[in-house]
Design a protein around this ligand. Sequence first.
Ligand code: MG
Length: 454
Amino acid sequence: MKVFGSSGTRGVANDELTPEFVLKIAKAAGTVWRTDRIALARDTRATGDMLADAAASGLASVGADVDRLGIVPTPGVQSYAESEGVPALMITASHNPPEYNGVKLIGDDGIELSVDDLERVEGKFLTEAFEEVRWSETGHSHVIDDARERYVSQLLDSIDTNKIADANLTVALDPGHGAGSLTSPEFFRQLGCRVVTTNSQPDGHFPGRNPEPVPGNLHDLGLLVEASGADVGIAHDGDADRAIFYDENGEYIEGDATLAALSAAQLEPGDAVVSAVNVSQRLVDVARETGATLELTPIGSTNIITRIQELRDQNVSVPVAGEGNGGIFFPNYRLTRDGAYTAAKFLELLVDASASEVVAPYGGYHNVRTNIKYTTDAEHDALLAAAEKTATDSNAELNTRDGYRLDFGDAWVLARPSGTEPMVRIYAEAHERHRAEELAAEMEDTLRTAKADA
Ligand code: MG
């Protein structure tokens, strides 16, 4: 796909991602959906209302009425789409820097469009085969002013609120000026938590921090946890479909450790858990210990959603899935990533233990990551041929869903071509640092030799 990547389409707003571009995306989506009502929402970005106006015009011109939800987290839009049975268009660039914006497309089941559906929209976009209607059939906008309230009450209906309320937790929250600023403080208060916040005024200039919830952007949250004596710190990305945590000592918890802890709490023998090929050894170990199957997909949430759907069609139970970036699925709740819901599931674990205790079993893993750049097709081909030969010669368990992942039971190494840059990425992880370094170095040496001979 040229227009849509693995998580929608994104670019610098008013430069790469112009109102004209969004208008055409909206016309293409409206043409494919062929429905008389479509929801439209946005995150807090400064260019959000400009682009939402363009989207509303495009949708109306192909005959759809537009439910304008205003600023709502992506999972809130998905909740609205599912409960109303209407597709939705979300203006967001998720975790990207402030100057970016983008479009996510959501089906009338509340789930992000599949690759097949996105390709149909892309086809209409590229050929401009829009089905514009006569003047008298154009759509109209309707302001929906309670989408956020409906989302919060739907969340509360999905969670064991008494259990969390009885634990008297203090939550330090950093919604990062994003859409979660308008829903998560209220949600955690309604859950019975004391809530202290930082960066929680919605602001599309993101004055306090950039939208990506990575440790370099979350220094204030660590300090707030310490200063307030909070039990946990919670951070969202710009559209609040992700949650990243700090423990009660103000220490960052790796997303892979959170995913492992939440999975260990959900999985039963015979279940499957779905993640991407760069999955941490932590989740490999949890799956083995619980008797669950670990299913790996190419990197990107669309691929994970597709695999969950395939497994559920085969009557396989998939209670949890996701990646180590804080984007976690609880498919029995909804086949979406929901930062507030994920955080509530983590709070459930804090009823009986502190945050540091909850993730302690998933510490002590070491990751190594290197890149090998290439400039010619011959080098690219030589690198991948060498990776393939290394993989087939090895006695490790092999996964070729996205590059070559070699699982040694206690450790793994992965070589895969980057989707965005001319380089092959090498990842390795083990309990012992030297083991991870050794696995990465072996792969790197073999690939560099092959590249030199190309
Ligand atoms: Mg996001």
